[in-house]
Ligand binder design. Structure first.
Ligand code: BTN
Length: 302
């Protein structure tokens, strides 16, 4: 993290190129200041205008270019930036995806991370990811996407192609969760050619589906949806969240290939989703299993 913070400050001309040995926390105010200046493409003034939330997005930090908004959000949360604050970047140089993969983040997409401080234990973290997926899907419905679906656990799909990914990370102190960073990447005003060849068949963008979108409005709508669903989460209305998720599920009822870390992958029928947000699969021998993490590839429609 240290190099990423120092590089950001150097790029912005805030510290000299020679500095490589410093306590990065001393620079938290500088980072905050950079995030508060108005940018060209994503404008915090536009997002804040008429933002109907109580706390999500009330504190907005927008950057031209960062390594990863999750990393910056993590740094900021350790330096006193609190619940509901949002870090947005116009471009990420080292965007991170799930399972250690990289995440393509050119100019034109929406790359943001929300800092939350929920009072929960580990077992509930997957539900926050599912809730965020529902918030993204509802936002896409509001701007005219007809049938956005959620592929377990966290990919938002349009007509079978991925348009958004979510990476949730917990910041812990011994056994307690200090903060949860929810990273959301939406392929908004991008064309398929902006992606590497190997992703072009499985990816779509909002521009391709419905034409160019107003990214500031989209962010505002998403933050509003997110706050609503996080309130449900905080009130422990987990079943309400799962109901919204199930309505939009791309996975349930299909044959999937379950790929878990460090074990052999297998095919199974995606039967449902548990109270904790795990995928329940039925194996060939009829036994049921809960899948908590890992990849899940859709094999074929049932
Ligand atoms: C996935 O693999 O599907 C998750 C992708 C998450 C990407 C977002 S973009 C904003 C935030 N910053 C990151 O580095 N990753 C997340």
């Amino acid at each position: 993290m240290k190099n990423e913070i120092l590089n950001l400050l150097k790029r912005e001309g805030m510290i000299s190129d020679e500095i490589d040995d410093a306590n990065i926390n001393d620079f938290a105010d500088l980072i905050e200041g950079i995030g508060r200046t108005e940018k060209e493409y994503i404008k915090s003034s536009e997002i804040s205008k008429c933002l109907k939330t109580r706390y999500v997005g009330k504190n907005l930090y927008v950057f031209n270019e960062v390594s990863s908004t999750n990393t910056i959000a993590k740094f900021m949360s350790k330096n006193g930036i609190g619940n509901g604050s949002v870090v947005i970047a116009e471009k990420q140089m080292a965007g991170r995806g799930r399972s250690g993969k990289s995440w393509e983040s050119p100019l034109g997409g929406i790359w943001l991370s929300i800092i939350l401080t929920p009072d929960v234990d580990y077992s509930k973290i997957p539900l926050i990811t599912l809730a965020t997926g529902v918030a993204v899907a509802k936002t896409l419905e509001e701007i005219g996407i007809e049938n956005p679906e959620i592929k377990w656990p966290n990919d938002i799909m349009i007509n079978g192609k991925k348009v958004c990914g979510i990476l949730t990370e917990a910041i812990t102190n011994f056994n307690t969760i200090d903060h949860v960073i929810i990273g959301v990447g939406i392929d908004a005003n991008l064309s398929i050619e902006d992606f590497p060849k190997e992703l072009q068949n499985t990816t779509t963008t909002l521009e391709r589906e419905i034409g160019r979108v107003n990214e500031n409005l989209l962010i505002k709508l998403f933050l509003e949806e997110l706050e609503k669903i996080i309130e449900l989460f905080n009130s422990k209305c987990y079943e309400d969240i799962l109901k919204e998720w199930r309505k939009r599920s791309y996975t349930i009822g299909k044959i999937v290939e379950v790929k878990k870390p460090f074990s052999k992958s297998y095919d199974a029928y995606a039967a449902g989703i548990s109270k904790e947000g795990e995928l329940i699969v039925e194996k060939h021998d009829g036994t049921l299993e809960k899948v908590i993490s890992g990849e899940c590839l859709i094999k074929k429609m049932n």
